[in-house]
Design a protein around this ligand. Structure first.
Ligand code: PAF
Length: 281
């Protein structure tokens, strides 16, 4: 496994590999790798000749009062995990390499980026799509792998790849959960034992939503109301949003019908967590 720090070198390697007929899988990450990331790496290793994992804590997707500085950066642990998994290349550029002086160009997916998490994190998705576009151009992947835990992010990246004709197939892989139901996230490392216990309420609320919808409830407010009551039983929980939206346009549905995304974000102490489930009614 090699660690590459320059865009030009990464492009040269990937161009050469493609010319030799090798397929390239990219797993974009911000590091602090967990089993969720490993599941993406495994999928890439299975589908492609070469797997590149990018590790870059992207400053432009964090708001001024968010956790950019605090975000975990266990560099040697991440490298060991990648080596163990069988990754071919880590692409770990510096901020200066990705955003050199004079940088002025952003990629913004309109509308989809301003709802749900975008409403409470203005500019977040613009930062995500900009860096992912740059990672696509640096690593020239045939396939790129994202986790469904960040469902809105995955939908926005699929839109971007289509709209901008990136020759990349965007693969969205299932959420990996702890036994307790808690969705794996690098931010779980911020949680104390008791906050972690409280945070399990998110997946329980999504199970409740599935159950209610299975029982025939079609009024989204009835479902989100019951979810809110359950989440509020956890002492530390502060709900940011609970929404039931269409999976393509992320617009709130008036009646639960067809394929819907039930998405939730809540604070547990100083940590904001998200979770979701896709339901076919
Ligand atoms: O999901 C993430 O870890 C990040 O948002 C991504 C896609 C690597 C872009 O920085």
């Amino acid at each position: 496994m090699r660690v590459i720090r320059s865009v030009k070198q990464m492009q040269d390697i990937c161009r050469k590999a493609r010319r030799a007929g090798s397929s390239i899988g990219l797993v974009p990450t911000m590091g602090a790798l967990h089993e969720g990331h490993i599941s993406l790496i495994r999928a890439s290793l299975k589908d492609n000749d070469i797997t590149v994992v990018s590790i870059f804590v992207n400053p432009i997707q964090f708001g001024p009062s968010e956790d950019f500085k605090q975000y975990p950066r266990p560099v040697s642990q991440d490298e060991a995990l990648c080596r163990e998994a069988g990754v071919d290349f880590i692409f770990r550029p510096s901020a200066g390499e990705m955003y050199p002086a004079g940088f002025k160009t952003y990629v913004d997916v309109l509308e989809l980026g301003s709802v749900l998490c975008g409403a409470s994190r203005p500019g977040h998705f613009r930062g995500v799509t900009t860096v992912v576009a740059k990672l696509f151009n640096a690593c020239l992947p045939d396939r790129a792998y994202f986790g469904r835990k960040d469902a809105q992010q995955a939908i926005i990246i699929q839109r971007m790849a289509k709209d901008l004709n990136f020759p990349v197939s965007v693969k969205v892989m299932p959420i990996v959960r702890e036994k307790s139901g808690l969705a794996l996230s690098s931010r779980n490392t911020y949680l104390s034992q008791s906050l972690k216990r409280d945070a399990q309420v998110l997946s329980r609320a999504l199970c409740l939503a599935r159950k209610l919808i299975r029982q025939g409830v079609r009024d989204p407010e009835r479902v989100t109301g019951k979810m809110a009551s359950l989440i509020n039983t956890a002492k530390s929980a502060k709900i940011d949003y609970i929404s039931i939206v269409s999976t393509e346009h992320l617009k709130p549905v008036r009646v639960i019908r067809g394929s819907c995304l039930v998405a939730v974000a809540a604070w547990f102490g100083g940590t904001r967590l998200i979770d979701n489930t896709v339901i076919s009614a």
